[in-house]
Design a binder for this molecule. Structure first.
Ligand code: ADP
Length: 452
């Protein structure tokens, strides 16, 4: 019959007549206050309790109310209103649905064994600890409690109503203020959004215009580059014949069968001859480069025997490596054949080897090759002057020569490397350099074994 409470109830009372509704209401508020619930929660609990009492009494029989506090775990105030004599099935649950909102948990047992309503409200963290002594104190306090008259209770209720109305008004004002702030913020966000989308649109327009300009510029650039290549090709082609003629004439002048020349005349004819030879080299290099740039170099693909290529380079370049302080080594190739253009590949390698010999005073110049994945790499490594890192890309520009770099033999045109890189590109590969000033350089040609 009694609620199996974990602790001895704080207070019990019996509901018999309508007036007890006021009493239980007061008592509920008292208990709530004693265990540490705040003013609002006291009112909530008292209201819930008086509502439950009203509904219970309406079933026609008396009911028992027990208040207990649970000090362990989450501290709770529990109230059980029990009417074991009621027939059950009175259908109280729908009537008490709203009341449930005033407390944390509410269960309505509405069965054959009677009617039980259990309610619980969590105590705030600020509530005093419910030690056994405190519980006894509360029990004693409640026992001394003298219920007021219904009029007293009406007064208290009125006070509470006024406080509740005040609270509602304050909350409504707060809500209105929050709404106004929200609206203001929304307006700000919208303004920012509009501004941002305007700016974005503006930027987009700018980017589109920039792209259009860029396209136009690259068309112009391509046209200019083609014009330059055409011009170079034409000029160098036109220059070749007269320069060759000058070389021939100079040779004739110095020939033994011609009229003998004075020593000074000999020297001058040699000068003419030397300058013309330099000019011819330049003209030839220019013509080659212009042709490669204009896309007029068509590789002739075949399975190239690398041993033959290496042998030929070894033979033709050894005479250039005249310094006894420099070891000139061409290793045996580790791959037998590569599908490429033999003439172009030979040109590139000869170019790199000539440079290495030109810029190496002592140590070694070595050419070797190896397979790397689906590619082959040819390396020409020397222990010569080396190239500062910031110029590693510049040396591939036309006419660029490293300032102050001392060539051992010949002046050079500054066209060899750009040409070599073009040719390697045409063969489907790449040409790169690693070099440290004072230590030497390694030029690497990477080509696919089977170009598509
Ligand atoms: P050239 O050799 O006719 O001057 P290149 O285009 O072949 O023209 O080379 C450009 C420049 O790069 C050279 O003038 C030289 O300064 C530098 N260079 C090329 N190869 C080497 C090398 N093996 N060692 C040091 N410097 C080099």
């Amino acid at each position: 019959m009694t609620e199996p409470a974990r602790t001895e109830p704080l207070m019990r009372m019996r509901l018999r007549v309508e007036q007890d509704i006021f009493v239980v209401r007061q008592l509920g508020r008292e208990v709530a206050r004693a265990v540490g619930l705040d003013q609002q929660d006291q009112t909530r609990l008292a209201t819930a309790l008086s509502e439950v009492a009203r509904v219970m009494l309406a079933t026609g029989t008396a009911a028992d109310v027990a208040f207990s506090a649970e000090p362990n775990g989450v501290p709770m105030l529990r109230v059980v209103v029990e009417n074991p004599l009621s027939a059950g099935g009175a259908g109280l649950e729908p009537q008490l649905a709203l009341v449930g909102r005033l407390v944390d948990t509410m269960e309505v047992g509405d069965g054959e064994t009677g009617t039980v309503v259990r309610m619980a409200r969590r105590l705030p963290a600020s509530a005093p600890r419910l030690t056994p002594e405190r519980m006894d104190e509360i029990r004693a306090g409640l026992a001394r409690h003298v219920p007021g008259t219904p009029l007293d209770e009406l007064n208290v209720q009125n006070q509470q109503l006024i406080a509740a109305l005040d609270e509602v008004r304050a909350q409504r004002d707060d809500l209105a203020r929050l709404n106004a702030e929200l609206e203001e913020t929304n307006r700000g966000v919208m303004a920012l959004y509009h501004q941002l989308s305007d700016e974005l649109e503006e930027t987009n327009r700018g980017v589109v215009a920039l792209y259009a300009e860029l396209d136009e510029k690259s068309v112009q650039l391509r046209a200019a580059s083609e014009a330059k290549s055409r011009f170079l090709a034409n000029v160098s082609h036109e220059l070749r014949a007269p320069v060759t003629a000058i070389i021939g004439l100079a040779r004739l002048l110095g020939d033994a069968s011609s009229e003998p020349l004075s020593t000074e005349q000999h020297r001058q004819v040699d000068l003419i001859s030397g300058s013309a030879a330099d000019l011819l080299t330049l003209v030839n290099d220019l013509l080659d480069l212009a042709k490669a740039e204009a896309g007029r170099v068509e590789p002739e693909w075949s399975e190239v025997d690398l041993r033959a290529v290496f042998g030929q380079l070894r033979g033709t370049l050894r005479p250039l490596a005249t310094r006894p302080e420099v070891d000139f080594v061409v290793d045996e190739p580790s791959v037998a054949t590569v599908r490429t253009d033999e003439v172009l590949l030979t040109r590139v390698l000869r170019n790199l080897l000539t440079n290495a010999i030109k810029f190496t005073a002592e140590g070694s110049v070595r050419m070797s090759m190896r397979r790397v994945d689906d590619d082959v790499e040819f390396t020409v490594a020397d222990t010569g002057t080396g190239i500062p890192p910031e110029l590693h890309e510049r040396i591939f520009e036309e006419f660029y020569q490293v300032p102050g770099s001392q060539s051992i033999s010949g002046k050079g045109t500054g066209l060899g490397l750009p040409y070599a890189r073009r040719l390697v590109g045409i063969l489907g590969g790449g040409l790169r350099v690693e070099s440290t000033p004072g230590q030497g350089s390694t030029f690497t040609v990477r080509l696919p074994v089977a170009p598509s």
